[in-house]
Structure formats: C-alpha cells, structure tokens
Design a protein around this ligand. Sequence first.
Ligand SMILES: Nc1nc2c([nH]c(=O)n2[C@@H]2O[C@H](COP(=O)(O)OP(=O)(O)OP(=O)(O)O)[C@@H](O)[C@H]2O)c(=O)[nH]1
Length: 150
Amino acid sequence: MKKNDPIDVAVGILMKDNGDILLAERPAGKPYEGYWEFPGGKVEAGETIEEALKREFMEELGIAIASADPWCGVEFVYPHAHVRLHFYISHDWKGVPQSREGQKFSWQGSIHVEPLLPATIPLVKWIDDIRYPTASGLASQLNAVISTQC
Ligand SMILES: Nc1nc2c([nH]c(=O)n2[C@@H]2O[C@H](COP(=O)(O)OP(=O)(O)OP(=O)(O)O)[C@@H](O)[C@H]2O)c(=O)[nH]1
C-alpha cells in the first residue's frame, strides 16, 4: 500500500426499532480523542469489510452483529490519515455495549452529543432522513468530503 492510499474503515450504525442509534466517544490516546463517532475501526489485511465490522464491534463493545447492510461510503482526508469509511446499518445484534476501551456510549434519537468527527457530520443528517423521513430533507455536504456514495 502506498503512503497516501486511503485506509478502509468499517463503521456500524446500530439502530433500535424506535430509531435510536448508538454513538461512541473516541477514547484517550487516539487522534480526535473525545470526538463522537459511530463505532468501528480499520479493516485489517485479508479481511472483508463486514468481517472487520463484526471484529471491531466484538473487540470494542462486546456486541455480536448478526447482520448488517452496507449503506454509505465516504472518503475524507484528515491531517493524520486519508480514510475511506464504509458505513453499515444493523438492526440485528446480540449484547449490550460494554466499554472495553474506556469509551462512553450513548443511544441517541436526535443527536445531542458533540463534537462529532468531521467526516461523520453529514452522515448524521442523512441517517435522520431514514429515521425521520419528514425531517428537513437531504442535507448539504461538507466541502471537505471529497466523495460519497449512498
Ligand atoms: N469508527 C469510526 N471511525 C471514523 C468515523 N468517522 C471518521 O472520520 N472515522 C475515522 O476513521 C478512522 C478509524 O480509525 P481508528 O483509529 O478508530 O481505528 P481502530 O479502532 O482500528 O484503531 P487502532 O488503529 O487504534 O486499532 C479514524 O481516522 C477516524 O477519524 C466514524 O464515524 N467511526
């Protein structure tokens, strides 16, 4: 892999029947510590994105994802990394989130945690269009998002 190649990241949005979704605060020691994100992590060599998603949820939260559907892809360049985020939505998992890395979690209807990771901000608006279809419609995207696919 070349230095500036994007890093693939598997990201999961757990959605309850009432529409609440799970966010996590990035733990101390990671870039953007204290920012809120959807749980997930980097895809390792030889793994599919879905395998990475399941591994990260088990490692970080003790959650077993039974099934998840691919949703949006977002590519974003941070000072520390060029990432390609693969967002999945899951309605089907086992377990209750445990803080295995000292991180905080929050189930949210309307999102009241902040700050959010910059690349994740537009996703919150897009997921509201799914959760609350009468809400404000498709949101504008950040200029810094260089490509998206939903
Ligand atoms: N999990 C997650 N990562 C995100 C989101 N949005 C976003 O920009 N990212 C970026 O994706 C990358 C994920 O890397 P990470 O460091 O959390 O992954 P990891 O758990 O494998 O970390 P590790 O290298 O310490 O094992 C970070 O650069 C992070 O800034 C999001 O909503 N969820």
